[in-house]
Design a protein. Sequence first.
Length: 249
Amino acid sequence: MNTTVMIATAASALLWSAACNGAEIRVLSTQATEEAYKELAPQFEQASGHKVSTVFTGTLDVHKRIAAGESYDVIIMAGPAIDDYVKAGKIVPGSRVDLAKSGVGIAVRAGAPRPDIATTAALKKTLLAATSIGYSTGPSGVYLAGLFARLGVAEQVAPKLRQTPTGVFVGTLVASGEAEIGFQQVSELSHFPGVDFVGPLPAEVQQTTTFASGLQAGAKEPDAARAWVRFLTAPSAAATYRKRGLEPG
């Protein structure tokens, strides 16, 4: 057997080995990191020989699935929720890894006038003038409920609020015209079809959420899951996060 044939045979054997040993990594994730995640997953699969199977859904549905005893290798959601699941014994202690951060942003229907949100005072006027306001059931929605109260507009905006069901993007309400303005994580609004992204909340009232991963207790593929998380947090992934309105780490 000549050298070329030997090299080709060895390479084929390595590829076959990777295919045979490749694991299926099951992931349950909220949607803030979804677009960046979907871009990175094929790269990891090609490099590792593993397969990543992911359920993307809203925060409330993630809680429901975990409570129902569904089995995954990795859970991705807001960092405080990961910490709560560590305390509850649902996620392995010490396995939390921060992936990316996102602030809250505002969008309008494509082509609609963009409201003034440059200052807190301008944001308050925009809220009072809006005919309908979309927001989510996730971390941004929880924060906004408190923000409306702090701005002193909770009672005035209450009849105008349109909250999405868990797992439904606020951009859906904005693009359809059901909500004149919509609030959600920047990463979820900034590239949504049919909307124009106005910008983030003013700095003095901005809320930044860290989205993190954790290894579910009883994970079937812990080693492969850790490899996937390392890939998601590698320096080479940073540009992908930033392109989708997220800040790595």
